[in-house]
Design a protein around this ligand. Sequence first.
Ligand code: FPP
Length: 241
Amino acid sequence: MFEQKSKSLPPVLPKHIGIIMDGNGRWATKRGLPRTAGHKQGAKTFGDITAYVRDLGIPYITAYAFSTENWKRPKDEVDAIMNLLREYLKDAYRFEKENVRVHFLGDPAPLDRDLQEMMADITEKSRNNTGITVNIALNYGGRAEIVEAARRLVQDVRSGLLREEDITEEALSARLYTAGQPDPDLIIRPSGEHRSSNFLLWQSAYAEFIYMDVLWPDFKPEHLDKALWEYAARNRRFGGI
Ligand code: FPP
């Protein structure tokens, strides 16, 4: 947490916010639109909220864009989400000059080749930017991430890079997709669902969860302000008293 100077905002802000962008399908169905229209509006909301979070000076945001389980959805819906990502990535090249660092959490291997290439390229080009870090969780699962980190630990012990007695929480954290980043302090899930759905399982050990009834495409800066006030009012004890 760090001190925030604006009068209209709470005195303490999280350093890292995680967002589970839920409710896109319901938003569209309520309007008699195809579910994909909800994802389109959801992607726009993500852009708007990221800009707002950056303007507040919050240095990290992670959005759950596509889980390892989302492949079970109908092909046309998966394709539509991938196309929205494609559009987002094309636009993300401007971040290089806007001091935004873009990073992806998840296994890119099953994604289309052009998406993988753009993801690697944008990550590399924005790597040294010092403004907000935008993490996009894509083909991401928290359990899979921990398994992958465990595999890396084994490899590093086998190759002599790491001694078995040096396997610590820090050593595992350093092998997650979020290596080097602070854990999320606040995770927001809109749409009325109260689950973590395999999102940042390790990293959210001490995160504050805030569940809101608004559907993600309707999520506005005012909703974020409300969550920030609630977050600031909570008493984080990290297991102490
Ligand atoms: C969950 O809502 C949302 C998703 C599985 C996809 C989220 C993807 C985007 C917002 C677009 C691409 C992202 C970026 C970063 C450009 P749901 O479909 O499960 O909603 P429902 O519970 O109402 O059915």
